[in-house]
Design a protein around this ligand. Structure first.
Ligand code: GLN
Length: 285
């Protein structure tokens, strides 16, 4: 597999596990994470498969990979990130702890859908085995039955889930803007921009507090079932919602190492300040 392909910048490996010694941490009296815990974690890793980084990357989706890497390494674990795009060696989805794919325009979706369906069985198997899938917007749509474009053209989906998406016939009318949803991991903040209207969702990711959701003016957003979160929220999603990122990391560690992990807290002072501002702005009556 080509691990450094495409025009997406390579992620620099930094020794982020020293984060507990920074001035910021000391000044803000954030609980210091003890070094022993870091050392003990060095043998452990989380392996991420980043799908179609050259075609599915809108509104900061790549930031989700950066945030995952940062928060995994800050706890002393290794973050291994492989990329797959058309023409690369066939990936085995079961080899990974997390599969991530971002959003893309209809045109990109139709091109890569042909490639993606080749892996349908392997992907279904990985979903059933508990590999965590984080799918944003265009990728969310492709895991359903189909996406029907503005011209009535059908882009076949992977049919991993029963939902389907139909593009709004008026190209100029899209669900665009900031969005806040209430989920089982707290309020999740993001940015949506989709013409597609998604129907037949069995388990939504959250209730819409601000913004549109699966359709114009919907009360529900996204799809969340066990080890799959599929959502319209770009943002990047995980930088605006560190708790959600940690939820995914903990899920992966618990599953992989068959234990109940308590993640060491990080200094999220700026993330939390940012969230507070955004929530006040969007949810104020
Ligand atoms: N092309 C899809 C739509 O407009 C997805 C867009 C996206 O990924 N942001 O609905």
């Amino acid at each position: 597999m080509n691990k450094n392909n495409n025009n997406v910048p390579d992620i620099k490996t930094s020794n982020i596990s020293k984060v507990e010694n920074t001035e910021l941490d000391t000044k803000d009296n954030v609980k210091v994470i003890d070094n022993l815990q870091f050392q003990n974690n060095e043998e452990k890793s989380i392996k991420i498969l980043y799908l179609y980084p050259d075609m599915l990357e809108l509104y900061g989706d790549y930031g989700n990979i950066q945030v995952l890497k940062y928060r995994i390494e800050a706890r002393g674990y290794k973050a291994i990130i492989d990329r797959y795009s058309i023409g690369d060696d066939v990936p085995n989805f079961n080899d990974y702890d997390i599969v991530f794919a971002g959003g893309g325009a209809d045109n990109e979706q139709s091109i890569l859908a042909e490639d993606l369906v080749k892996y349908k069985d392997n992907i279904k198997d990985a979903v059933e085995n508990g590999v965590f899938f984080l799918l944003i917007c265009g990728a969310y749509q492709l895991f359903g039955k189909y996406y029907k474009g503005v011209e009535g053209n059908i882009i076949p989906g992977l049919e991993v889930f029963d939902y389907y998406t139909v593009a709004n016939p008026d190209r100029k009318k899209r669900c665009i803007g900031n969005i806040v949803i209430e989920t089982k991991v707290g309020n999740v903040i993001g940015f949506e921009n989709h013409g597609g209207q998604t129907f037949d969702i069995s388990n939504s990711f959250g209730n819409v507090l601000f913004g549109n959701g699966n359709k114009f003016g919907d009360s529900e957003e996204g799809f969340f079932k066990n080890n799959v979160i599929a959502t319209y929220l770009h943002g990047p999603l995980l930088s605006k919602n560190p708790e959600l990122c940690d939820y995914i990391i903990k899920y992966c560690l618990d599953r992989k190492y068959n234990e109940v992990v308590t993640l060491a807290p990080l200094n999220d002072k700026f993330e939390n300040l940012c969230r507070e501002q955004l929530l006040n702005r969007f949810l104020e009556k």
